[in-house]
Design a protein around this ligand. Structure first.
Ligand SMILES: NC(=O)c1ccc[n+]([C@@H]2O[C@H](COP(=O)([O-])OP(=O)(O)OC[C@H]3O[C@@H](n4cnc5c(N)ncnc54)[C@H](O)[C@@H]3O)[C@@H](O)[C@H]2O)c1
Length: 327
């Protein structure tokens, strides 16, 4: 193979980040698919309104799935069964059971999840420092997602805010990157105690717009988590990790060590700043892997821990008790 041939299913908000990375790699965008023809009007490649027709093409190496959440599992399985590599947007699935089915049905293909924030400079540097215990053991973690979504964000969409289609609300959509990083950077979470609520979107969304939780790590430490879509604007996400001899703080800006900005994230050129620019890094690494066998892009198995933590958070909130994470 001399070049990667890619296709994208779902041409809404996030698709531009994927298509930008496909093009900047020098790969070919051979086909796009959306149930709404108007979403495809700007593209000169082949266009499909039914993804199953697109999958009949033999010239596609990889499919990017950028559709609403409830479609991810079946589309991923269909793509892999059609012999295509897959990059599926987060959440790869909203139930661990679905994820396990997707893992079982990889059909020998690369099936990856788009947790692009793992590729931010701040994350890469912090991960390395924490693995090497540069500042000693981790003593505590505190994560904040102080965001805002107005009612129109939900009412203008046919899937956001609806449990059957979004699979939850704030946790599975906005907060999942932070939850993933809390376990990716700090380690296994054994149990959670959480509360989810709907404070400012009653009548508009079926799920939560706010969540608080304690994460009980296998290491014995406790991580605190607060996320909301009810603030007055989208403010800075941060994950603060207290180590024995320094405090690391990851924000959209970069990594701070004891309040000194130590490495900056690459700024987003497309879309909202909090998407970061790391879609490009993730997708380029995945394409290197497809072409040359190098790299270690994110296999879908990596989606399991955050998915299980979120499932446990919902269960904990329902039962009003601490819930052990199984599996
Ligand atoms: N990684 C990130 O930071 C990030 C950021 C934003 C969104 N996302 C994720 O990307 C995915 C898409 O989100 P979005 O904001 O672009 O949504 P969107 O609603 O803007 O776009 C979804 C598109 O999918 C199309 N679609 C729906 N059903 C389809 C089908 N059966 N076949 C083909 N196309 C279909 C819709 O017509 C729409 O154009 C979601 O999983 C979301 O959580 C990830």
């Amino acid at each position: 193979m001399s070049a990667v041939n890619a296709a994208v299913i779902g041409l809404g908000v996030i698709s531009a980040a994927h298509i930008n990375a496909i093009k900047s790699y020098g790969a070919n965008l051979v086909a796009v698919c959306d149930i709404k023809e108007e979403q495809m009007s700007g593209y000169s490649c082949a266009k499909y309104t039914d993804y199953r027709e697109l999958l009949k093409r033999e010239d596609i190496d990889i499919v990017h799935i950028c559709t609403p959440h409830y479609l991810h599992a079946q589309m991923t399985i269909d793509c892999a069964n059609a012999g295509k590599h897959v990059l599926v947007e987060k959440p790869a699935a909203t139930k661990a059971e679905q994820l396990l089915k997707m893992i079982e049905n990889k059909n020998g293909k690369k099936v990856c999840v788009c947790f692009q924030n793992r590729y931010n400079n701040a994350t890469v540097m912090a991960k390395d420092m924490l693995a090497k215990k540069t500042y000693g053991n981790v003593l505590g973690v505190c994560a904040l997602v102080p965001w805002y979504r107005n009612d129109a964000y939900y009412t203008n969409s046919d899937w956001r805010g609806r449990i059957a289609k979004e699979g939850g609300c704030l946790l599975v959509n906005q907060a999942i990157h932070t939850i993933d990083l809390m376990q990716y950077l700090v380690g296994d979470v054994e149990s959670v105690k959480a509360h989810v609520d709907n404070y400012t979107h009653p009548g508009t969304i079926e799920g939560e717009d706010t969540a608080t939780a304690a994460f009980y790590y296998a290491s014995g430490i406790v991580g605190m988590f607060f996320a909301t879509n009810c603030y007055n604007s989208g403010s800075t996400i941060q994950i603060e990790i207290k180590c024995e001899s320094a405090t690391l703080k990851l924000t959209e800006k970069g990594l701070f060590i004891d309040d000194d900005l130590t490495i900056e994230n690459i700024k987003a050129h497309l879309g909202k700043s909090y998407f970061g620019n790391a879609h490009t890094a993730l997708i380029h690494e995945l394409y290197d892997e497809i072409l040359f066998g190098s790299g270690s892009s994110l296999p879908i198995e990596e989606a399991l821990p955050a998915c299980r933590i979120i499932e446990a958070m919902y269960e904990s909130s329902d039962k009003k008790q601490r819930v052990r994470i199984t599996g």
